[in-house]
Design a protein around this ligand. Structure first.
Ligand code: ARG
Length: 215
């Protein structure tokens, strides 16, 4: 499994081990199929290449299904939903919603959907700062180097909890679905879908998600 373990609660390092919702769902899928899960932690930007080159059998990293990605990989059925949100400093007065991003300095994690969405705003004068980790984008925010960070809602909550003086704007941005990506035409995809569907029906996926997300 190729992942980027800097994305709590989906994948993060705890006690030297990659844990989180994705790690546990992947483990449950592999158990069902009789595989041993091995996790390879890399930059988010490298996951699709790891999968297309065969270095990894699958990628799972809170990864959103997009048409562009579908041109290089296959996705399983979605296993959960997410939404992009905007993080700002508590005393921010310029950025109060998505519209204000059009002229802001925006921090994102390189190659994520947050990056893709705000890239459209470059035409209208926004400046995009791309970081390898979401945490580095949030650090830049606390240092006043960017006006806002666009990132998935659950990691955003974790980052805001860890960085005093930051907050998430009420206005959500884009709705997304997370799925596992595999090499195009991989015979694993239907097996993974079968396993996911069983883990959905028997409540395992819900249980794993609830373990990490309280509301
Ligand atoms: N959902 C977003 C995307 O697919 C962000 C995922 C970032 N994941 C990570 N493990 N860093 O582009």
């Amino acid at each position: 499994m190729a992942t980027n373990a800097a994305f709590e609660p989906y994948e993060f390092v705890d006690g030297g081990k990659v844990v989180g919702i994705d790690a546990e769902i992947a483990d449950a899928v592999c158990n069902k199929l009789g595989y041993t899960l091995v996790i390879d932690d890399m930059d988010f930007d490298s996951i699709i290449t790891a999968v297309t080159s065969g270095k990894a059998d699958f990628g799972m990293a809170g990864m959103t299904i997009t048409d562009e990605r579908k041109q290089s990989v296959d996705f399983t059925d979605p296993y959960t939903n997410a939404v992009q949100v905007i993080i700002v400093n508590e005393d921010e007065d310029k950025v109060a919603g998505a519209d204000d991003l059009k002229t802001a300095v925006i921090g994102v994690q390189l190659g994520t959907t947050g990056d893709i969405y705000v890239s459209d705003f470059e035409e209208s004068g926004a400046k995009i700062e791309r970081f390898n980790k979401g945490a580095d984008a949030v650090l830049a925010l606390t240092q006043g180097k960017v006006d806002a960070v666009v990132i998935d809602n659950q990691p955003a909550k974790a980052f805001v909890a860890q960085n005093e003086g930051t907050k998430i704007l009420d206005e959500p941005f884009e709705n997304e679905e997370y799925a596992i990506c595999l090499a195009k035409g991989s015979e694993l995809t239907s097996k993974f879908n079968q396993a996911l569907s069983e883990l959905k029906s028997d409540g395992t996926i819900d249980k794993i998600i609830k373990k990490y997300i309280s509301e």
